[in-house]
Design a protein around this ligand. Structure first.
Ligand code: NAD
Length: 259
């Protein structure tokens, strides 16, 4: 049996997921990273992780595909022998008024963030239960606790991820497994950088104006959260001292949801 902790971080070739994978690698975990891109296109992500000397393997999987998350966990267990830590991080965004919201975008957003978490959790729990230890961390959002206009699919999905987190936490509370949701405010990642650029074009504003007047308006700190802040929290939740934190929604949002 592999004595090292084994962690899978979905959607981890960029942004928050890459930062969490990096932290786990630095902690000496065996790490499974994932995205939908071909392996040849994720060189930069692998290079970021290589310096740690940890065992890191890439698992390509489309989490929008039905059952993709279930098969992904199976592949990781086949490769490493077990799975101790599951981070459901993959996520996508689409901004449009509800009347114009393309149904295919609705379904893809729900599939990537919510359906895939259901499937990965179902696949990961039997092994964690058998060993009496497990950590499941769902990367939700401030939008899992608060709404914003034009983000119907994202807000609905993230609220559902929070509900899934609480339910599974209750079902596993006596098994040495914790299940928590981290709810970040705006974090400076490629997902947000692309939205800033799009909105600047759409509104005829500079990117700085968009950041200040649109993105950082709900965030009282007026600063973007950095991916490393999320990674540190994920690392803490994996420690034994965090064993009583379960079913929690942990906000890292510069005060957004205090309002
Ligand atoms: P990102 O775009 O930098 O990274 C998203 C990752 O998900 C990428 O690795 C991408 O390849 C992967 N992915 C997308 N579709 C996939 C699919 N079908 N199958 C497998 N992988 C897929 O985004 P990020 O900002 O780092 O966001 C990560 C998570 O954090 C998301 O769930 C997002 O909703 C959440 N979040 C982000 C912010 C923010 O401000 N950046 C705030 C709150 C919550």
């Amino acid at each position: 049996m592999n004595k090292k902790r084994v962690a899978l971080v979905t959607g981890s070739t960029s942004g928050i997921g890459l930062s969490i994978a990096s932290k786990f690698a630095a902690m000496g975990y065996d790490v499974a990273i994932n995205s939908f891109e071909p392996e040849a296109e994720i060189h930069a992500a692998l290079q970021t992780l290589e310096h740690s000397g940890a065992q890191v393997r890439y698992f390509q999987s489309d989490l929008a595909a039905s059952g993709g998350g279930y098969d992904l966990v199976g592949d990781v267990v086949d490769a490493y022998g077990k799975l101790d830590v599951l981070v459901n991080n993959a996520g996508i965004q689409k901004v449009a008024p509800i009347e114009d919201f393309p149904p295919q975008d609705w379904h893809r957003i729900v599939a990537v963030s919510l359906d895939s978490a259901f499937h990965t959790i179902r696949a990961a729990l039997p092994g964690m239960s058998e060993r009496g230890w497990g950590r499941i961390i769902n990367i939700a959002s401030a939008h899992g606790l608060r709404a914003s206009p034009f983000k119907s699919a994202y807000v609905a999905t993230k609220h559902a991820v929070v509900g899934l987190t609480k339910t599974v936490a209750l079902e596993t509370a006596e098994r040495g497994i914790t299940v928590n949701a981290i709810c970040p405010g705006y974090v400076w990642t490629p997902l947000v950088a692309a939205q800033v650029a799009d909105q600047a074009k759409a509104h005829g504003m500079t990117q700085e104006q968009v950041m200040r007047e649109i993105f950082l308006a709900p965030q009282p700190s007026r600063q973007f959260v950095q991916p490393e802040e999320i990674a540190e929290m994920a690392a803490y939740l994996c420690s034994d001292l965090a064993r009583s934190i379960t079913g929690a929604t942990i906000s890292i949002d510069g005060g957004w949801t205090a309002k």
